[in-house]
Write a protein that binds this ligand. Structure first.
Ligand code: IMP
Ligand code: MG
Length: 177
């Protein structure tokens, strides 16, 4: 069976407008403070690159690579392929984790626990997409771009077996015979 992406679920202009709003909100919430923003690679890379350019307070960039998916299904087991550079310097700092999508919540739950162990002054989660219908681990999301139904999406950083990340908009993955 071949997989292809269908029409846009969220087009590029709508994505960019929402990213601007999130950037404004974060800039207001952290006025007078600095933030360490940790992108969850690879899916969040495009969202993150757009988001940080909308933030008006000092931002330190950092990255973590997590893996829990094989194909279209979550394995339910999270592995860190790489740790944030600042992992041992988060104490007393304001930290925001930036995700592409929270689905079962297992990845974010694991990341929150790992980062909270380092005693940051605050830890918030910013995700472009929320798929609340699939939740297995209850996790607090502080900034959400869009809530979407239980469909598998690709584009704007998100992949299916490493394909389609470079689509400039968000599409639903479809099966074709
Ligand atoms: P969770 O641990 O189930 O919440 O999964 C989170 C990760 O799974 C996200 O960071 C994505 O990388 C990936 N993921 C979940 N749903 C989708 C989807 O619809 N398309 C692409 N990747 C997804
Ligand atoms: Mg991800």
């Amino acid at each position: 069976m071949e997989r292809k992406f269908g029409k846009a679920l969220i087009d590029s202009n709508t994505l960019q407008e929402r990213v601007r709003q999130l950037g404004r909100q974060i800039s207001e919430d952290y006025a007078g403070k600095g933030i360490i923003m940790i992108a969850v690679l690879k899916g969040a890379a495009l969202f993150y690159a757009d988001l940080i350019r909308q933030i008006k307070v000092p931002v330190t960039l950092d990255f973590v690579q997590a893996k829990s998916y094989a194909g279209r299904t979550s394995t339910g087991e999270v592995r860190l392929l790489s740790e944030p550079e600042y992992i041992d310097r988060l104490a007393g700092r304001h930290v925001i984790v930036v995700e592409d999508i929270v689905d079962t919540g297992v990845t974010m739950q694991y990341l929150r626990k790992t980062l909270l162990d380092k005693r940051p002054a605050s830890l918030k989660v910013c995700t472009l997409l929320d798929k609340p219908g699939h939740r297995r681990s209850k996790v607090k999301l502080d900034y959400v771009g869009f809530s979407i139904p239980n469909v598998f999406v690709v584009g704007y950083g998100m992949d299916h077996n490493e394909q389609f990340r470079n689509l400039p908009y968000l599409a639903v993955l479809e099966d074709v015979e």
